[in-house]
Design a protein around this ligand. Structure first.
Ligand SMILES: [Zn+2]
Length: 204
């Protein structure tokens, strides 16, 4: 539970970051991290299209650089973009100015005021710097689709258990989530569940 739904003490580390939207609205915010990549992102786009829902994609700049046509498909389908650094770097391993520079490099490939730190970590100074330029978006529900310890039904169960009004829900259009089969299992079923529950799908 500490991972799937970030606890209050973690949220308090980054007081102006957004973990959850309006709790009074029966809405959710689907997000996808780590793309765009040819093996996974087109499949995600087809699923979103099938159910006619929109999502926000936190992209790695280097992936956009490598796969501009996949990036363009995400844009053309009307989804929203967020910055997830240029090289998917870990905040704790970088000096703050280098970290910011890496995020800014990703900005050369997409225009967005949203930022999500890879692995959910930022040094405090990085957070201070980033929030001058971006709205920092964390999450209310981590599906853990990337985990090799979980199977698809458990990923779906995380969505069913932890989603609530205003939840920002995180999936990954990454090879990790794809190779274990979790994304293929859990994404369509999660969307069906959320539709049945009457949630409105909104963009950040
Ligand atoms: Zn990531």
């Amino acid at each position: 539970m500490l991972i799937e739904q970030p606890p209050k003490f973690f949220r308090a580390l980054y007081p102006s970051a957004i973990f959850r939207m309006d709790p009074n609205e029966h809405s959710i915010y689907l997000t996808f991290d780590d793309g765009p990549i040819p093996e996974v992102t087109p499949w995600v786009l087809d699923i979103l299209n099938k159910y006619n829902v929109k999502a926000t994609f936190f992209m790695v700049g280097d992936n956009i650089h490598k796969y501009p046509e996949i990036f363009q498909r995400v844009v053309d389908q009307g989804h929203k973009l967020g910055n997830h650094t240029y090289n998917h770097i870990r905040g704790f391993e970088y000096w703050s100015n280098k970290y910011l520079k890496n995020a800014k490099k990703a900005d050369e490939y997409m225009h967005t005021d949203l930022f999500r730190p890879p692995h959910g970590h930022m040094r405090w100074m990085q957070y201070r710097l980033l929030k001058k330029y971006y709205k920092i978006i964390m999450w209310d529900v981590v599906t853990r689709d990337y985990s090799t310890k979980l199977r698809g039904p458990q990923v779906l169960a995380n969505v069913m258990k932890y989603t609530r009004n205003g939840s920002i829900i995180t999936f990954h259009d990454s090879l990790k989530s794809w190779k274990n089969g979790n994304l293929q299992y859990a994404l369509p079923r999660s969307i069906e569940f959320l539709i049945e529950e009457g949630y409105e799908f909104k963009l950040l």
